[in-house]
Design a protein around this ligand. Structure first.
Ligand SMILES: N[C@@H](CCC(=O)N[C@@H](CS)C(=O)NCC(=O)O)C(=O)O
Length: 212
């Protein structure tokens, strides 16, 4: 196909945000859906750390979702909200918070036995972060208004995972603006498109699927 190759896993929140950035920037790629339990050698040869997403470009390999987002955004898509300097700084620190602290507690909330953790303590920490976020945003419908932003696509896949862990609990919580934002996100064409199902990539039949 001779396009950038995106190794992806449909349910991975990091891969989701990379796919959404690629959709917004309309960057044609070849998508190779992988199994995390049986990663293809072709992917491990270019990225030994073995995480998705990975983007293989003619001259380099991007192994971090945020780098893939930056690459996609180089073409200045008009569909993405443009941050002011202050908004950019706030967004970067929120993305960092969700990638580190929120993800840490989310994993221990969801997989408490694997981590030998106390699930409710970690759920409480997730709740605290979401309550704080709720005081900082006023979505209409996205965090910065009509246009989706890199903050939306970067943190919402993780908030969605928190919901999936126990929807009944999640929807009873006080972070109502976050809940409304998540509902809007999950119903959006952008998210639905990013969650399109692809067959597992078969190295014997090397051409992946055209994306987006
Ligand atoms: N910092 C990386 C994290 C990517 C990551 O951890 N992806 C998970 C899936 S959601 C993964 O590939 N884990 C490896 C595995 O489960 O074997 C990024 O932003 O791309």
């Amino acid at each position: 196909m001779n396009l950038p190759i995106l190794y992806s896993f449909r349910r991975c929140p990091y891969a989701m945000r990379a796919r959404m950035a690629i959709i917004l920037a309309a960057k044609d790629c070849e998508l190779r859906e992988v199994s995390l339990k049986n990663k293809p050698d072709e992917m491990l040869q270019i990225s030994a750390k073995g995480t998705v997403p990975v983007l293989e470009l003619p001259n380099k390999v991007l192994e971090e979702s945020l780098d893939i987002i930056s690459w996609a955004m180089q073409s200045h898509p008009t569909k993405v909200y443009i941050f002011s300097i202050k908004e950019k700084l706030i967004s970067e620190s929120l993305i960092q918070l969700f990638d580190s602290k929120f993800k840490f507690h989310l994993d221990r909330y969801k997989y408490s036995s694997r981590f030998e953790a106390n699930s409710s303590e970690h759920r409480e920490e997730c709740k605290n972060i979401l309550e704080k976020l709720d005081t900082k945003i006023n979505p209409s419908p996205w965090i910065f208004g009509e246009k989706v932003s890199l903050l939306d696509i970067s943190i919402l896949p993780f908030i969605r995972q928190c919901k999936i862990a126990n929807p009944e609990w999640f929807f009873e919580q006080n972070f109502k603006k976050v809940i409304a934002l998540l509902n809007f996100f999950e119903a959006s064409n952008l998210f639905i498109h990013a969650m399109k199902k692809f067959d597992l990539w078969d190295p014997q039949n090397p051409n992946g699927s055209l994306f987006p």
